[in-house]
Ligand binder design. Sequence first.
Ligand SMILES: C[S@@+](CC[C@H](N)C(=O)[O-])C[C@H]1O[C@@H](n2cnc3c(N)ncnc32)[C@H](O)[C@@H]1O
Length: 357
Amino acid sequence: MAAPVRIRDDNNNRKVNMSDTVLLPQEGFLPGIPCLFSCDDPVYEALVFTTRFRYCNLHMRALGLRGWGGSTLTTEWTIREVLNWTRGYFEDAGIVQPRLEAEILLAHALDVDRLHLYLAPDKPLTHDERTRYRGVVKQRHSGTPLQYVIGEVSFYGLRFRVDRKTLIPRAETEELLDQVIKRAPRDRDIRCLDLGTGTGVIAVCMARYLPKAHVTAVDISPAAIEMAQGNAALNGVEDRIEFVESDWFSRVEGDFDFIASNPPYIRTSELPGLPKEVRDHEPVIALDGGADGLAKIRMIASQLRSHLRADGKILMEIGHDQGEGVREILMSVGLADICIEQDMAGKDRFAVGRCPS
Ligand SMILES: C[S@@+](CC[C@H](N)C(=O)[O-])C[C@H]1O[C@@H](n2cnc3c(N)ncnc32)[C@H](O)[C@@H]1O
């Protein structure tokens, strides 16, 4: 390589040498930053490799003169390079699975599945692709949950859209679905109710996996109802679910064989201590269970006897320390065969009760 080759750091208006370590402004510290640098010699381009948070080393590589005439650098970033870069960037920000999240975000920005990234690691990103990727990386780095950034989540083998107006469905709720599906008959018509449907995961999965279920999905939030309706269509079950905007049972008619609910059950005093990603981004109405966390469960329980058929069952997700409290509530409204089931972590997580005949 001919020396000396000088690179201008256009942002700070100074010259830097190959292999200098430079501090980049926060704004520029994203894939695509080479536009911050220009090179005096048109046969070289600068490749920017990030090594530490906000620092990078500049490396030079010969370009040849083919068709390259400008002095502004147009460094190409390959899939492999941006993934390696983002992993470090996310790692420094404390993101727990930096490489996985980088892959998910890049696949989202390129509108491909993750496998594609492994099949074409040396493919350079276009300017538009880099711009899209930069946007989602920025959002994630600033603390927006991954699911809100990409706008979707996988749940019980199905895809669901999600946004800030709806809770991000959790793995525990997949286990609640297990509890419903293992108890529900598949060979006869049943009526099922999902109270507090959010993205609609429980209602949509009941409709998809219980072929004879007629499902009603309820939420007090119009935005949640709209999202749940969209997700029902996305999964081909919109004809099997009736959506009702309602304060719990207030506008619900009839009785049901199965009522499933993941109600808000966090104590109000615990909300400020939730992880920042939850506290700052997820809707409070989906989380706040009142002073002792059981307020919404009491409201639901108070009307169960009017809406459960004889032998009909309620299955609810609850907090890990609420088993005894919920058992008492369900007993007080006259349910039978009450049991508290554990999640995969061995913690109390689900309450089940039967309406006596
Ligand atoms: C914990 S989220 C559950 C969302 C979804 N079922 C899930 O499991 O991911 C609780 C849901 O209850 C809804 N909700 C809160 N208060 C309600 C009320 N008074 N009546 C009906 N739904 C309510 C919230 O809007 C939210 O969508």
